[in-house]
Design a binder for this molecule. Structure first.
Ligand SMILES: Cc1cc2nc3c(=O)[nH]c(=O)nc-3n(C[C@H](O)[C@H](O)[C@H](O)COP(=O)(O)OP(=O)(O)OC[C@H]3O[C@@H](n4cnc5c(N)ncnc54)[C@H](O)[C@@H]3O)c2cc1C
Length: 335
């Protein structure tokens, strides 16, 4: 049997989950290759919230301070149901990190890339994994660089974090079981005049449609809701100055059929997607990456599929309930 430092491992995807996997592996003495098909940084804010559990995982490898050095802390979530305010103050939580850290996803990715560089690992950008096939105990794969050159290589293990539209998941014929919600979400990143506390989250229900506010960084805020005219129907006291990004998306609640196929292991959005309610997407994926590195080091990778399937299913079912309540799609619980 090979020693852990002799294992040849490929991480596919330089999003937050792939980067975290490479970092957790490096802490175990492994130097994986990590490839990312894009050459440019994705400039959209996307995942903002980093939860206490994720901070705990980075703390275990002494990387928490560096990871959140450019973030701010959210201390409370304020829910307005009509004019009734329900405050959820995180500071009362009994945890080493009793707060949510907020930074745009590109800041998280930058911090993780810097941590990898410090450990001698460089992300190979502009390299796309074209094909993966598993044979016996090994995985064969074909990589293509941006200049068209191809390499056929063999790895002991692949950690696949190539995102929600994972071409590898599809090429291996793995199902992505679940469903899509009826209501799309509308998202705007803006600067605006507001009296909201910049260090809190807010959820309002003006005209019974949910509107969620979270500050991104400096004076920019994210607004999410189900109303297509969301910016025209904000709660009183908000005056939009600049719209930085606008998007809308349908929400899926899906989980991969198997987290492991031969020696290919799936994590992050490639393995599960769900609504942004609860801000768990990136966090849950980072947990996959951590568990993969731990099990590999303990020679227990045969437990990965079961452990992640159970944990992710539980989280998805909680998020599904919260989402249906917020969207008014739950017959029994409507706000
Ligand atoms: C608007 C929005 C808001 C969100 N808010 C939150 C939030 O507050 N909190 C939260 O936890 N999550 C949030 N999420 C979800 C979060 O963005 C995702 O869960 C997260 O990006 C998943 O990370 P990942 O690394 O699994 O996948 P991705 O970030 O999608 O990264 C996958 C990477 O793989 C690369 N790739 C794909 N195919 C190949 C290939 N064949 N070869 C090489 N590279 C490849 C892609 O270029 C990409 O960079 C939000 C998402 C959106 C869209």
């Amino acid at each position: 049997m090979k020693k852990i430092e002799e294992l040849k491992i490929l991480v596919i995807g330089g999003g937050p989950v792939g980067l975290s996997a490479a970092l957790f592996l490096s802490h175990k003495g492994i130097k994986p290759r990590i490839v990312e098909k894009l050459t440019e940084v994705n400039k959209y804010s996307r995942a903002l919230a980093i939860n206490p559990r994720t901070l705990e995982l980075f703390d275990k490898i002494n990387a928490v301070a560096e990871f959140i050095k450019d973030s701010y802390r959210v201390n409370a979530a304020n829910f307005f149901i009509g004019s009734r305010l329900v405050i959820n103050n995180f500071e009362v939580v009994n945890h080493k990190f009793p707060f949510i850290s907020v930074q745009p996803q590109y800041v998280s990715e930058r911090a993780l890339s810097e941590l990898l560089n410090q450990r001698g690992i460089t992300i190979e950008k502009g390299v796309i994994v074209k094909e993966v096939s598993t044979t016996n105990e090994l995985v064969k794969c074909e990589l293509q660089a941006s200049d068209g050159r191809t390499e056929s290589l063999v790895f002991d293990y692949i950690f696949c974090a190539d995102g929600a539209h994972s071409a590898i998941r599809k090429s291996l014929g793995l199902k992505f079981n679940g469903s899509t919600y009826n209501s799309p979400l509308f998202l705007c990143d803006v600067t605006f005049k507001t009296n909201l506390n910049p260090n809190d989250f807010y959820l309002f229900f003006p005209k019974s449609q949910p509107v969620f506010f979270i500050r991104i960084e400096r004076d920019s805020w994210r607004i999410i809701g189900t109303d297509p005219e969301i910016l025209d129907n904000l709660p009183k006291g908000h005056e939009i100055q600049n719209v930085l990004w606008q998007s809308n998306f349908v929400i899926n609640n899906r989980i991969i059929e198997k987290f492991r196929f031969g020696n290919v292991f799936f994590g992050g959005d490639a393995a599960h997607v769900h609504s942004p309610a609860g801000g768990r997407g990136m966090n849950l994926g980072i947990e996959d990456a951590f568990v993969f590195a731990e099990l590999l080091a303990e020679n227990r990778l045969n437990e990965y599929d079961k452990l992640r399937k159970n944990a992710v299913k539980k989280t998805l079912s909680k998020i599904d309930m919260i989402t249906k309540v917020i969207l008014g799609e739950n017959f029994f619980y409507r706000i």
